[in-house]
Design a protein around this ligand. Structure first.
Ligand code: AMP
Length: 422
């Protein structure tokens, strides 16, 4: 048996796990200020939800889904993204009655069978929001602003981010645009890879995302969606940009930004960060006014974004920002010899009960080794229990920062430690 996590997955070891929890807590605090509430949906759904919602011709549905039959023979897929599940839940539980708005956020793992590389995993972790029931451009601008504010709130400097925006049109203007791009692909078939040639018939807009340089050169001359928008979509896009301008949020228009999921309509956006190499998109999203109807619900506008934890972490590291690595241990209880271990154990428990993060040695090691351990954990205080102190009902409380020591009655140790750690 190969004793290794499967390719494209990673264990979140304590330091990374702590960073994930910190990024989630920061998201919850910020998103709640914008009126969002948490939602959890299953990690797997019926396959047809993703096939219909994300689109049969997308890379995700075509080749990246973890799909299997469950024991009843029903086809199940591990969720490759969060929006389809949230919208399914919103329809199932009537969370967005006609005329109302629901704001929901989620965090958790997503699964895509992709070729692993830096910042690209098969199981990765996303935090995302969905703003359901709002069609106005102010909703788009608010979501874009929230994504940027989030990255700022966790310490990513604004100058290390690029915000790209585009409009993908809607069911009125996009079909003609798709046809125009398909015609461009066919007319330039010689210069394109086989997959892009095939895309003329399946999903021409995906050719904009091909990494092949020759394809990129051909697609650089393709018609631009911004020249093909209908009046309503153009006005919506202009209004979104005006609102971003009013907020002072700098963005770049990216007429070739199409994003990998079919459900987007009108506004799409992406934040890219420095120092990540090829996989530099740390978060992105867009509007999906047709998704509710596609999934069998009443027509309801919606939009959202998702950001990737791994890439956000890489972006923070590249910017030299520590994503919360400090260890939680505040006090270490050291026993001088075997006769003091039971008392040390009881004292550590008492400290924890008093709300102090405390640790002790479970390996019967020397006092010197215990001090080393305390140092490694970054404990601010070490409480030493020796036979003499114990006989006097006391312990020595040592402040590791000032090196000051004081003998304290056992019952007073928790309050003394709490005072030292502030
Ligand atoms: P998407 O759902 O494709 O719009 O992606 C939203 C965000 O999730 C991206 O900006 C990335 O930060 C992250 N992401 C998407 N796919 C992966 C992956 N395979 N590995 C790691 N992060 C990913």
């Amino acid at each position: 048996m190969e004793l290794r996590a499967p390719k494209g997955t990673a264990d979140m070891l304590p330091e990374t796990a702590r960073a994930w929890e910190r990024l989630q807590a920061a998201a919850a605090a910020l998103f709640e200020r914008y009126g969002y509430e948490p939602i959890y949906t299953p990690l797997f759904e019926h396959t047809e939800l993703f096939a219909r919602g994300i689109g049969e011709a997308t890379d995700i549905v075509g080749k990246e889904m973890y799909t299997f039959d469950d024991r009843s023979g029903r086809s199940i897929t591990l969720r490759p993204e969060g929006t389809a599940g949230v919208v399914r839940a919103a329809i199932e539980h009537a969370l967005v009655p006609q005329g109302s708005v629901a704001k929901l956020y989620y965090a958790g793992p997503m699964f895509r069978y992709e070729r692993p590389q830096k910042g690209r995993m098969r199981q990765f972790w996303q935090i995302g929001v969905e703003l359901l029931g709002a069609a106005e451009p102010s909703a788009d601008a608010e979501a874009v602003a929230l994504l940027v504010r989030y990255f700022e709130s966790v310490g990513l400097p604004r100058e290390r981010m690029r915000l790209l925006v585009n409009s993908m049109g809607d069911e009125r203007c996009r079909p003609a645009y798709r046809d125009a791009v398909a015609a461009h692909i066919r007319a330039n078939a010689d210069g394109l890879c086989e997959e892009c040639r095939r895309r003329a018939d399946t999903n021409p807009l995906r050719a904009f995302d091909c990494k092949n340089e020759r394809c990129q050169a051909v697609m650089a001359d393709a018609p631009r969606i911004t020249d093909a928008l209908c009046d309503e979509c153009r006005e919506h896009y202009e209004a979104v940009k005006r609102r971003l301008d009013a907020l002072g949020i700098a963005y770049e228009e990216a007429p070739r930004l199409v994003r990998g999921l079919d459900y987007y309509t009108r506004t799409v956006f992406e934040v890219q960060a420095e120092g990540l190499g090829a996989q530099n998109a740390i978060g992105g999203g867009g509007r999906y006014d047709g998704l509710f109807a596609t999934l069998g619900g009443a027509r309801t506008p919606g939009l959202g974004f998702a950001l990737g934890f791994e890439r956000t972490l890489l972006a923070l590291q590249a910017a030299g920002v520590e994503p919360g690595t400090s260890h939680g241990v505040a006090a270490y209880v050291a026993a001088v010899d075997e006769s003091c271990r039971a008392a040390a154990f009881a004292l550590a428990m008492a400290l924890r009960d008093a709300g102090v993060a405390a640790e002790l040695d479970h390996r019967a090691r020397s006092l010197k080794a215990q001090f080393k351990h305390a140092d490694k954990l970054g404990a601010r205080v070490v409480v030493v229990l020796g036979p003499d102190e114990l006989a006097a009902g006391q312990a020595t409380v040592r402040d590791m920062e000032t090196k000051e020591e004081r003998k304290v009655a056992l019952a007073d140790v928790p309050s003394r430690v709490a005072a030292l750690i502030g």
